[in-house]
Design a protein around this ligand. Structure first.
Ligand code: MGD
Ligand code: MGD
Ligand code: MO
Length: 751
C-alpha cells in the first residue's frame, strides 16, 4: 500500500525541453532497444507510417521529421516493447497472485502472445486455440435468452474499420449495447454540442487555433496529455494570441513550454504560454461562464447580426440573465467579480476566440450545462463557424472520435440504422442500448451476462470499482481483446478469454496484401495508419479479423448478406461499405490515399448550418449549479500523472508536479491541511461522502501540500475509482470523476 520511495519536490513551472527528450529516449530504449526505437519513431505520424496511439491531437500538414512527443514515445514503447507475456507466464502466476500486483506491474509484463482461457473455477489461464475461443463466445452468445444480455465495449484506440465491423456484429446479433470509453470521456461534450450546434464534434482546425487572438484552455492539462498541442499554442502565441487558462491547478505545461523539437527549446528559456491563469475552484466553470455571458449581454458586447441570422433562443437567455448573484459566483469559483470583469474586457478586445477543453469540464454532474454555457459564450460574439474561432473539445484516445463516427454508440440515430439496414439487408434493433454505467448496472442486476471488450480496461477505468468488480464477477463470460495484461483479465466473469491483437505499430499482411487502417483525429481529419514493425507474436490477429471470425460463428445467419471472411483480408472492401453508410465518407478509399487524408465536412464549421431542431444554433438557459462541500469535506478531482496512459501506468513519477516514486498521493492546500491538523507527508485515508449508504474508501495516501484552491484536492486514477459512485453519472452518463466530496482521515490499516 505504501510507496516507500516516494519523494516530493517543488512543482515545475515549465514543461518539455531537454528533460522530455531525455526521458523519452531513456524510456524508449529500455523497452524497445535502440534500433527498434529508431525504426518506430521514424514512422510515427508520418505519411505511410502509423498514427501515434498516444492522443487524438492532429498532425500539422507540414510535418516535422520527429512528429511525436515524450508521452507519445511512452505509448509507443508500451506497445512495441520486446517483453512477452506468454503461456509460461500464465502457468507461473495464479489469478490471485496477479491481482496482488496492480496495474503498473501487470502492464510491464509485455505483449500477450496467444489466446488464453480462464475456465470456470480455475486459478490459472490456459492456452486455447483461436477456433475454440470463437466457438466458446459464439455458444455463450447463442445461449442468451435475448441479444440484450450481451454488451460490446470499445476503447478508443480501435481503428475505423474494426469499429464499423464491431457495431455491425453487435447489431446483426441484435443489440445496441455498445458502451464505449467515450461514455466516461467526452460524452458530455457530444451531448451539449449536438443539442446546440447540431454536431457532436468541435468546430476548429489547427490553423484556427494558430490564428486566434484569444485562446481559452479550460479543464485540460496538455503538457501531459496532449503535448503536441503545446507546439500549436506556441505558434499561436508567436502570432499574437493571448492565452487564458482556467484550471484549479497551475499545470506546468501551460505556463512555459520549451519545444524539444527546436534547438532553442532544448537549451533556452522557452515560450511563456498562459498570459492569465485563473485558478478556479473545481466545478466553478458553469458559474464563471454564466457570469461572463451575463456581462457580455448587459454590456451589449454581442454580435447582433450573427445572433439574428444564425441562432435561436437569445431572448430567453437575455431574459434569464438580468442579474448576477455575485455571492454565488464567488462561492462557486473562488473569484472576486473583477476576475470575470477583466476577462470580459479581454474578450471585448478579441475578434477571434477559441475555447479548448477536456476532462476538467466533462466529468462533472453539471458538465452538459457547463459546456452549453461555453457554447453560449462563443455564440454571443459569433465565434462559431468562422476562421480563427470556435469550439475545441480535445479528445482523448487516438480514435475515440472515429469510433463514434463509425456507429459505436448505444443510441444510434434512425438515419444511421436505416443506412446500415439498406446496405446489409437486415433489420437492426431500434431500441437504445446500455452505455458504460448502465452496462454495469445491468450486469449487477443479472441482465447482461456476456461482455465482449474491444480493448480498454473495463474493470478499473469505470467508476465504483468494488461494485463494478462484483458486477463483472456475475457475468457468465467476459472477453478482452487486448495487447497487454491489465486488471480486466483478472476480475472476470465465470469464464474469461484474452484474445491478443496486433497494435497500431505492427505490420498486418493478409494474402500478401499490406492492410491499412484509418483513424479520425480530434479535428475530424481522417487518415491512414500502416504498421511497420513485425507482429509481437505470429499468433496475433488483427481486431478486424477477430470481429469477422467471430461474426461468422456467432451470427451465422448474417453470412449470406455480409462477406465477413472477405472483409477480414480486405480493409478496402470495408471502407467501400463505410462510404455507403456513413455520411461524409463518399469515395473513402480514394480520398484516404491522399498524403494527409481528408477533412470531414462539418456543417456548422464550414457553412454555419446547424442541424438542430430549430435549424439554428441554439442558445440555452442553464440552471446555475456547482458542487458544494460541507466544512469538513474537500472536493476531490481524479487526474492523470505524467507517467500513465489512463489505466496503463508507465512509471511512478509525475515530474511536473514534483512527485517521484509513488502514486498514492493526495494534493491538498497547505491551509486545508493545517485546518485539519494533518501534516504534509502524513498518511491518510480518503472517505467519500455517502449519499446512498454505501461506504467508499481509498486507504493509504500521502498528503502533498500543493497549490490548489482551498476546499479542493486531487489524486490519481484509477487508484481512486473506488470512491466514484455509479450514480454520480450525469445526464450524459458520464461519472463525476472530478467532483467527489471526500473527507481525510488519519490512515488506519485495513481490518
Ligand atoms: N500521456 C497521456 N496522454 C493522454 C492520456 C493519458 O492518460 N496519458 N489520456 C488520454 C485521454 S483518454 C484523455 S480523455 C485525455 C485527458 O486529458 P485531460 O483532460 O487533460 O486529463 P486529466 O488528467 O483528467 O486533466 C484534467 C485537467 O482539468 C483540470 N480540472 C479538473 N477539474 C476541473 C474543473 O472543475 N474546472 C477546470 N477548469 N479544470 C478542472 C485538472 O486540474 C487537469 O488539469 O488525455 C489523453 N491523452
Ligand atoms: N477516475 C477517473 N476515471 C477515469 C477517467 C478519469 O479522468 N478519472 N478518465 C476516463 C476516460 S477519459 C477514459 S477514455 C477511460 C479509459 O478507459 P479504457 O479505454 O477502457 O482504458 P485504457 O486504460 O485506455 O485501456 C488500456 C488497455 O487497452 C489495451 N490496448 C492498448 N492498445 C490496444 C490496441 O491497439 N487494441 C486493443 N484491442 N487493446 C489495446 C491494453 O490491454 C491496455 O491495458 O477511463 C476513464 N476513467
Ligand atoms: Mo478519454
Amino acid at each position: 500500500m505504501t510507496d516507500d520511495d516516494l519523494s516530493i519536490s517543488e512543482q515545475k513551472n515549465w514543461a518539455a525541453g531537454a528533460p522530455a527528450a531525455v526521458h523519452a529516449l531513456g524510456h524508449g530504449t529500455r523497452r524497445m532497444g535502440v534500433r527498434r526505437m529508431i525504426a518506430t519513431l521514424r514512422d510515427v505520424n508520418q505519411d505511410g507510417g502509423f498514427d501515434c496511439p498516444g492522443c487524438a491531437w492532429p498532425e500539422p500538414n507540414d510535418r516535422h521529421i520527429a512528429e511525436f512527443c515524450e508521452n507519445g514515445v511512452k505509448a509507443l514503447a508500451a506497445e512495441a516493447t520486446t517483453k512477452r507475456c506468454d503461456r509460461q507466464f500464465f502457468a507461473a502466476h495464479s489469478i490471485d497472485e496477479l491481482r496482488a500486483r496492480g496495474e503498473h506491474w501487470l502492464g510491464e509484463q509485455g505483449r500477450i502472445t496467444e489466446p488464453m482461457h480462464l475456465a470456470p473455477g480455475a486459478d490459472h489461464y490456459q492456452p486455447i486455440t483461436w477456433a475454440d475461443a470463437y466457438e466458446l463466445i459464439a455458444s455463450e452468445l447463442r445461449a442468451l435468452d435475448s441479444p440484450d444480455r450481451a454488451a460490446f465495449y470499445t476503447s478508443g484506440r480501435t481503428s475505423n474499420e474494426a469499429a464499423f465491423l464491431l457495431q455491425l456484429l453487435a447489431r446483426t446479433y441484435g443489440t445496441n449495447n455498445l458502451p464505449d470509453c467515450s461514455n466516461m470521456c467526452h460524452e458530455s461534450s457530444g451531448r451539449a454540442l449536438n443539442d446546440t450546434i447540431g454536431s457532436g464534434k468541435g468546430t476548429v482546425q489547427l490553423d484556427d487555433i494558430e490564428s486566434a487572438d484569444l485562446i481559452v484552455v479550460v479543464g485540460q492539462n496538455p503538457g501531459t496529455n496532449h503535448p503536441r498541442m503545446l507546439g500549436t499554442l506556441e505558434t499561436a502565441k508567436r502570432n499574437g494570441a493571448h492565452i487564458t487558462v482556467i484550471n484549479p491547478l497551475a499545470e506546468a505545461g501551460l505556463r512555459r513550454f520549451k519545444n524539444p523539437q527546436r534547438w532553442n527549446g532544448l537549451v533556452g528559456k522557452g515560450t511563456p504560454l498562459a498570459d492569465d491563469l485563473l485558478q478556479i475552484r473545481t466545478n466553478g466553470d458553469l458559474a464563471f461562464f454564466a457570469a461572463v455571458n451575463h456581462l457580455l449581454i448587459s454590456e451589449q458586447a454581442i454580435d447582433r447580426q450573427f445572433i439574428d441570422e444564425y441562432t435561436s433562443g437569445f431572448d430567453a437567455l437575455a431574459a434569464a440573465a438580468r442579474d448576477i448573484d455575485w455571492a454565488t459566483f464567488t462561492a462557486a469559483t473562488g473569484f472576486d467579480p473583477d476576475v470575470a470583469r477583466s476577462f470580459v474586457a479581454r474578450v471585448r478586445r478579441s475578434d477571434r476566440i477559441v475555447v479548448c477543453w477536456a476532462m476538467g469540464l466533462t466529468q462533472h454532474a453539471n458538465a452538459v450545462a457547463t459546456i452549453k454555457e461555453v457554447v453560449n459564450f462563443l455564440l454571443l460574439r459569433g465565434n462559431v463557424g468562422r476562421p480563427g474561432a470556435g469550439l475545441c473539445p480535445v479528445r482523448g484516445h487516438s480514435n475515440v472520435q472515429g469510433d463514434r463516427t463509425m456507429g459505436i454508440c448505444e443510441h444510434p440515430t434512425e438515419e444511421f440504422l436505416d443506412a446500415l439496414a439498406a446496405e446489409f439487408h437486415f433489420e437492426p434493433p431500434r431500441h437504445h442500448g446500455h452505455d458504460v454505467v448502465d452496462t454495469i448496472r445491468a450486469m449487477r442486476a443479472g441482465d447482461v451476462q456476456v461482455l465482449f471488450a474491444m480493448g480498454g480496461n473495463f474493470a478499473t477505468a469505470t467508476p465504483d470499482t468494488e461494485v463494478t468488480l462484483r458486477a463483472l464477477a456475475s457475468c457468465r463470460l467476459t472477453v478482452q481483446v487486448s495487447t497487454k495484461l491489465n486488471s480486466s483479465h483478472l476480475y472476470t466473469g465465470e469464464q474469461a478469454l484474452i484474445l491478443p491483437t496486433l497494435g497500431r505499430t505492427e505490420r498486418h499482411v493478409v494474402n500478401g496484401v499490406e492492410q491499412v487502417v484509418t483513424v479520425e483525429d480530434s479535428m475530424g481529419i481522417v487518415h491512414a495508419s500502416t504498421g511497420t514493425l513485425p507482429p509481437a507474436s505470429p499468433s496475433l490477429r488483427s481486431e478486424v479479423q477477430i470481429v469477422c471470425d467471430l461474426a461468422e460463428r456467432a451470427v451465422p445467419g448474417s453470412v449470406s448478406a455480409i462477406p465477413w471472411s472477405q472483409f477480414a483480408g480486405d480493409h478496402a472492401a470495408v471502407r467501400d461499405r463505410i462510404s455507403r453508410v456513413v455520411p461524409g465518407f463518399e469515395r473513402f478509399n480514394e480520398r484516404v490515399a491522399e498524403p494527409n487524408g481528408f477533412v470531414l465536412e462539418h456543417a456548422a464549421r464550414d457553412h454555419r448550418r446547424f442541424h438542430t431542431e430549430t435549424g439554428k444554433a441554439q442558445f440555452t438557459v442553464n440552471e446555475l449549479t456547482f458542487a458544494t462541500t460541507r466544512a469538513d469535506e474537500l472536493l476531490l478531482q481524479t487526474i492523470r500523472s505524467h507517467d500513465q496512459y489512463n489505466t496503463t501506468i508507465y512509471g511512478l513519477d509525475d515530474r511536473y508536479r514534483g512527485v517521484r516514486g509513488g502514486r498514492r498521493v493526495v494534493f491538498v492546500a497547505q491551509d486545508d491541511l493545517d485546518a485539519r491538523g494533518i501534516a504534509a507527508g502524513a498518511m491518510v485515508d480518503l472517505l467519500a461522502r455517502s449519499d446512498d449508504g454505501v461506504s467508499r474508501e481509498a486507504l493509504g495516501f500521502r498528503t502533498v501540500a500543493y497549490d490548489v484552491p482551498r476546499g479542493c484536492c486531487a489524486a490519481y486514477f484509477p487508484e481512486t475509482n473506488v470512491l466514484v459512485a455509479l450514480d454520480s453519472a450525469n445526464d450524459a452518463g458520464t461519472p463525476a470523476y472530478k467532483s467527489i466530496p471526500i473527507t481525510l482521515r488519519p490512515h488506519r490499516a485495513a481490518p
